[in-house]
Design a protein around this ligand. Structure first.
Ligand code: FES
Length: 184
């Protein structure tokens, strides 16, 4: 009996697992919930470090989305806050080690931006462990994997972000009520 294209897609190696499988896998690790993590990575070091982890087949937890920017100095508080607003449980900001930034002092700027972001995160009532800054070079594939694993476990232990419920921003908690979309 021929296999439908849909079935083929679902069974190819590396295909996304169905939710039941994902839950069972998480359950085996002692948790039934996996966090949504957003990773901002600079093009020249951290993103390349993730690439190194990939080509070296270094295993790490997969519960993150990467957003590539040219330099960590570009990562403004609004970027991070938007990620939390959209349902992230944790945000990792990463860039080149000091002295390696391709724009000389971009990562020093990143530290300033990160400190401002952290102040707002605390004001919003989020745990500071949900936000992290790390320097990862292009050669540090193992370090990238270690940081991802450690941060994922840390956020998993905190539980879902209080800003979201089932992936949705809890508008009432912020004292606002979402208006229905109007047509026309
Ligand atoms: S280019 Fe990587 S931090 Fe600036």
């Amino acid at each position: 009996m021929p296999v439908s294209p849909k079935k083929k897609r679902e069974t190819r190696p590396g295909a996304r697992k169905d939710p039941d499988t994902a839950t069972a896998r998480a359950g085996a690790r002692g948790s039934s919930w996996d966090p949504n993590i957003v990773v901002f990575a600079c093009n020249w070091c951290s993103y390349a470090g993730a690439d190194t982890a990939g080509v070296s087949r270094i295993q790490h937890q997969p519960h993150f989305r990467m957003i590539r920017v040219m330099c960590s100095g570009r990562i403004q508080p609004g970027f991070v806050l938007r990620a939390f607003e959209k349902g992230a449980d944790g945000v990792l900001v990463s860039g080149c080690h000091f002295g390696d930034c391709h724009y000389v002092f971009g990562n020093e700027r990143a530290v300033e931006q990160f400190d401002k972001t952290m102040s707002v995160v605390k004001l919003l009532g989020l745990e500071e462990q949900r936000l992290r800054l790390e320097w990862i070079s292009a050669a540090e594939g193992t370090r990238f994997a270690d940081v991802i694993n450690e941060f994922t476990d840390q956020v998993r232990a905190l539980g879902p972000s209080p800003l979201r419920r089932d992936g949705q921003l809890t508008a009432n908690r912020a004292g606002t009520k979402q208006q229905p979309a109007t047509s026309g």
